[in-house]
Design a protein around this ligand. Structure first.
Ligand SMILES: [Fe+2]
Ligand SMILES: [Fe+2]
Length: 277
């Protein structure tokens, strides 16, 4: 493979690679190239490229509507495999989400730190996918063995023309949700004594705080640029683009660490109570 010459081309290279191991390998290699060039004082140009509307994905897993994905009880070995599989699927999606934000919005001039943050996040998601994949193999399964949720890319499509909308819905709603639910998952594996899965999920949990924080940082940056009130703007964008409910309980401590104050998310949980979607 010839290494792409711009960061946007690196992003499209990852997005158009279907095989998960190859996708994550390229993601990590491009991240390394980006940071090596930054350290050498000769940053890779951002460039321009056309990201696909949807990223390339492998033939397996089958993607099903959420209501059709079989539910398994987490107290069973099969249930825990299903949980690891679901997390692996989320991580693979996250790899593409972070490269997509890099390639999608190059018409909006942003400081270099914006790209540093999302390249680092994409690299970490690639590692997270590898960790989940290894846990599945250790349990006699693999990514692709079970069906997975379709529709995870919807947030990206809905916000393909709106960088502030993307930041609001992806890192500040979806990834923040990960902070709420991960401690409960870790507890499930602790009860089962699955130390590899506990260690992997602890790594994910620690690094996801950073991704939410990057979302909040760049959202606030753009609010400043456009002289917008951050809280009101966030509420308006989530109401416009997010099609689910923000469900408590919230991990207030980790959300605070990531720069999400309670008055950002609590009002959205209240006005979505009873929403039909
Ligand atoms: Fe992750
Ligand atoms: Fe993440």
């Amino acid at each position: 493979m010839n290494a792409p010459l711009t960061l946007a081309a690196c992003a499209v290279d990852v997005l158009t690679t279907a095989d998960p191991l190859e996708k994550t390998r390229r993601s990590r290699a491009h991240a390394k190239a980006w940071f090596n060039a930054r350290a050498a004082g000769q940053p890779m140009p951002i460039g321009k490229a056309s990201p696909p509307l949807q990223p390339a994905r492998p033939a397996k897993p089958d993607l099903l509507a959420p209501r059709d994905v079989p539910r398994r009880r987490p107290g069973t070995p099969q249930g825990r495999i299903a949980l690891l599989h679901a997390v692996a699927h989320i991580e693979l999606n996250a790899v593409d989400l972070h490269w997509d934000i890099i390639a999608r919005f190059t018409d909006t001039p942003m400081p270099m730190g914006f790209y540093d943050d999302w390249v680092k996040s994409a690299d970490e998601e690639s590692k997270h996918f590898g960790l989940m994949s290894d846990c599945l193999i250790a349990e006699g399964s693999f990514y692709g063995a079970l069906p997975a949720h379709a529709g995870m890319w919807r947030a990206a499509e809905d916000t393909a023309d709106d960088l502030m909308g993307r930041l609001s819905v992806v890192p500040m709603v979806l990834e923040a949700r990960g902070l709420d639910v991960t401690p409960g998952m870790i507890e499930i594996f602790r009860k089962a004594g699955q130390t590899d899965a506990i260690a992997a999920l602890e790594t994910i949990y620690a690094e996801e705080v950073g991704h939410v924080a990057y979302g909040s940082k760049w959202f606030h940056f753009l609010c400043g640029r456009h002289e917008l009130d951050p809280k009101e703007t966030f509420h308006a964008l989530v109401r416009k683009y997010f099609h689910g409910a923000l469900k408590p309980p919230f991990n207030e401590e980790k959300r605070a660490e990531a720069g999400l104050p309670p008055d950002f998310y609590w009002p959205l949980s209240e006005d979505l109570t009873g929403a039909s979607e």
